[in-house]
Design a protein around this ligand. Structure first.
Ligand SMILES: [Zn+2]
Ligand SMILES: [Zn+2]
Length: 345
């Protein structure tokens, strides 16, 4: 089969490898779609090497159809649609035992040390099957939509931390794929006013078409003034940073109301710092929360939202590439054009 194998930084081979088959306890997934993520780009560029095994098949946003079910496997059937919850936790470390499994100290991760979804087939190892990290989907949902369940699961983890609720004003800083998913989740959670800031005109237009109440060009408009104007001067209930620029942290604090939440959802370049007004924390009781990865139950919740048609996947997945063009797909995803890129083997 064809697969995108990462040999070393900047060396992603699109090459023939032996097609795996499902041994006892294992399941073989025929990949229908693998959406491309910023992490894939960082692995390709060599900016992320920790935990990445040279020779691994890249890709962790995986959806497909079950092609083979190994001996002794229950609950999975050939022909079922399924998605992978790609961070497979140990279930027994400090964090797993404290309901913080997203920080599992001994995870196996598809596209890092387990062969991922940028291939025609993806073998789901027995321990992954046993821990239910392959989640069966309802039939007739396009694989490109299903593969969004991984980024959406991370967004659901974030939303749980920033506690968006009915009637809120939410500010989403950055309207790439993650910002758009936050916007949709905030709306589903009952936010009645959503303000989206992004320097790209195309991305603002997409946000507006998907229901943003106000879009802001941060290069030519004063975001804080717009937010205050839309909230009787109070500020937003929640602000979510979806662009990895550290100066956005004090800015987000500045446009959030007393008792509100700021979420540093994006990853920031290693070593960057931000200075904030400590009195915004003290007097205004603003909570700054982070978010990283997702729990398995978020994958399940994300899948249910997608199956219900509550996520406009056909607009979010703006471009598809064949597997032969996986390198182009990853590079294109960094261009800022379009929203989300899928590779469809
Ligand atoms: Zn991802
Ligand atoms: Zn663990």
């Amino acid at each position: 089969m064809l697969a995108a194998v990462i040999r070393a930084p900047k060396k992603l081979d699109i090459t023939e490898v032996p097609t795996p088959s499902a041994g006892p306890g294992e399941v073989l997934l025929k990949v229908g779609s693998n959406t491309v993520c910023g992490t894939d780009l960082r692995i390709l560029r060599g900016e992320k090497t920790a935990g990445v095994r040279p020779g691994v098949v890249l890709g962790h946003e995986i959806a497909g159809t079950i092609a083979e079910v190994g001996a002794g496997v229950n609950g999975y059937h050939v022909g079922d649609s399924a998605v992978v919850s790609p961070t497979v936790t140990c279930g027994n470390c400090y964090y797993c035992l404290r309901d913080l499994e997203q920080f599992c100290m001994f995870p196996d991760i598809f596209g890092y040390n387990l062969d991922g979804g940028l291939a025609e087939y993806c073998l789901i190892p027995a321990h992954v099957v046993a821990r239910h990290h392959l989640v069966v989907a309802k039939p007739d949902v396009p694989a490109t939509a299903l593969s969004l369940s991984e980024p959406l699961s991370c967004v659901l983890n974030g939303a749980e931390n920033y506690k968006v609720k009915l009637g809120d004003t939410a500010v989403i800083i950055g309207a790439g794929p993650i910002g758009i998913l936050h916007m949709i989740v905030c709306r589903l959670a009952g936010a009645t006013q959503i303000i989206v800031s992004d320097p790209s005109e195309g991305r603002r237009a997409t946000a507006a078409s998907l229901g943003a109440d106000i879009t802001v060009d941060p290069l030519n408009e004063d975001l804080e003034a717009v937010v205050r104007g839309a909230t009787d001067g109070l500020g937003a209930d929640v602000a979510v940073i979806c662009i990895g620029r550290s100066e956005l942290l004090p800015q987000a604090i500045g446009l959030t109301r007393k008792g509100g939440h700021v979420c540093a959802f994006a990853g920031f370049p290693k070593g960057t710092t931000a200075s904030i007004d400590p009195n915004a924390i003290h007097y205004n009781q603003i909570s700054i929360v982070g978010s990283s990865n997702a729990k398995r139950r978020h994958a399940e919740e994300a899948l249910r939202l997608i199956e219900k048609g509550l996520v406009p996947a056909d607009i979010i997945v703006s471009h598809t590439f064949p597997l032969e063009k996986a390198v182009d797909a990853i590079e294109f995803s960094a261009s800022g054009e379009g929203i989300k890129v899928a590779v469809t083997p």
